[in-house]
Design a protein around this ligand. Structure first.
Ligand SMILES: Cc1cc2nc3c(=O)[nH]c(=O)nc-3n(C[C@H](O)[C@H](O)[C@H](O)COP(=O)(O)O)c2cc1C
Length: 187
């Protein structure tokens, strides 16, 4: 299985990067993993021109930036893990433009003509946050579930590590979460 992981944190070695690395180490023994550190790519925000909707068989976005490089990798993958720290109950501003730009992979949502270049791939969400899960992570889970439905990607769940402080303080709970994520995405 080919798995793309997308790290939405501005910090490569922060809390989210640490849990994601544990997941990659576990899964990387049997599967092919490629990490996208979103901070190292240039992805502009969607400009809402709708030109992409004229092309169904390739990402028809008029912005020829790094989003297209990432989409090419995603289209060739079997599974995509989106990983983000919780920023103001949502995704970071580093990964949000890429999420919006998925628009160019999908058309006909809500109709019988609904198509997606990610159709049938597996996906999961990994989040780390400083607060609790309850009453704190509802928005990001809702966005992710809506987004998976929109992209015809099969969600294997949201995996959230609450009460994070520093990467060094991540212990058994982080390892257990990464293992649960590995099981969900590969089995
Ligand atoms: C701008 C900003 C907004 C944040 N918003 C939230 C939040 O809404 N809820 C929460 O529990 N933690 C929030 N946090 C804490 C981070 O989600 C948490 O520290 C996370 O583990 C950082 O991951 P990273 O080290 O991978 O960047 C916020 C942190 C920052 C810097």
């Amino acid at each position: 299985m080919k798995i793309i992981t997308i790290l939405g944190s501005p910090k490569k070695k922060g809390n989210t990067g640490k849990v994601l690395s544990i997941f990659e180490d576990r899964v990387g023994k049997k599967h092919e993993i490629e990490r996208i550190n979103i901070n190292q790519y240039k992805v502009g925000g969607c400009i809402g021109c709708y030109k992409c909707q004229e092309k169904l068989d390739e990402p028809g976005c008029v912005q020829k930036d790094d989003a297209l490089i990432i989409f090419e990798k995603m289209i060739l993958a079997d599974a995509i893990v989106y990983a983000s720290p919780l920023y103001c109950w949502s995704f970071t501003s580093q990964i949000k433009p890429l999420i919006d730009r998925h628009f160019c992979l999908i058309s006909g949502y809500g109709t019988s003509e609904h198509t997606s270049l990610l159709d049938g791939k597996r996906t999961a969400l990994l989040v780390t946050c400083a607060g609790p899960i309850e009453g704190n992570c509802d928005a990001i889970k809702g966005i992710f579930n809506g987004f998976a439905d929109y992209g015809k990607i099969l969600t294997k769940g949201s995996f959230i590590l609450p009460f994070c402080t520093t990467p060094d303080a991540i212990g058994d709970e982080g390892i257990e979460l990464a293992e649960k994520l590995a099981k969900a995405i590969t089995e």
